[in-house]
Write a protein that binds this ligand. Sequence first.
Ligand SMILES: [Zn+2]
Length: 287
Amino acid sequence: MIACEVCASSQFRPMFDKAEHHFVRCDGCGLERISPQPSDDTLAKIYGAHYYDAWGLHDNEATVANLKRGTFKFVLGKLPAAQPGDKLLDCGAATGFLLEVARDLGYQPYGLELSEFGAQAIATKFGPDRVFCGELADARFADAGAGDFAVITMCDYIEHVRDPRRTLELARKLLRPGGVLAITTPDAGSPSRRVLRTGWTHYKVEHLFYFNQQNLRRLLTDVGFASVDFHTLWKSLTLDYIGHQFEVYPHPALTKVARAVTRVAPAAVRAFPLPFSTGELLAVARL
Ligand SMILES: [Zn+2]
């Protein structure tokens, strides 16, 4: 058993198995993880060309874009206001929706994205020098590097990386003194996790880690952040979007509920963006 990424304990308790993967929980700090981690092959299949289908981008691009922007406005709204020249790096930038919001708020946007599809979209929107296609450890930009970024954002990112401690250390090095790191991730201490238990919708093979506020604060403090504030993440979602998510990621009970709701709700109601809390946290860490 690999030592806990947060507290170095080697005592992990089994929680449940899903798709032949073992989900376990650290006795020391409550960090939940998949152990052993899925292979590169397994993850590559999940992250293949159809990964963004879950967003419904092909059917309804404008709606999805608006919802994503609404969520990212909430996230960036929790940060200090941008000052002229402030550089923002979004890790796991996908097709660049957060970067669009960041640019509107006055930041110089930079994106890190593993998929060619996403990186291409960012290059088209912001220029090829504003995107790096690859891992954070290898990230290079022509005019920005260590100590240059005012803000780094990781939305639905940290739970996907193989080494969260190293990832947060790398982020700290890229930030300037006083810089801010914003993380959104499933919250293993959230009410939805407590109610849904092993049926929690965030338990997926591509999510290698599940933090709670206590162990994420500990990890961030350990790698050098001075303070951490937590917020409940409110996502802009429509009933149509939620219904689509439950078709792509079926849940034994909730997919039926979602179908029943989308059947009876009028189209205008189904398409109206509402703030939903889906069991994720927003951590704002300052150097
Ligand atoms: Zn631990």
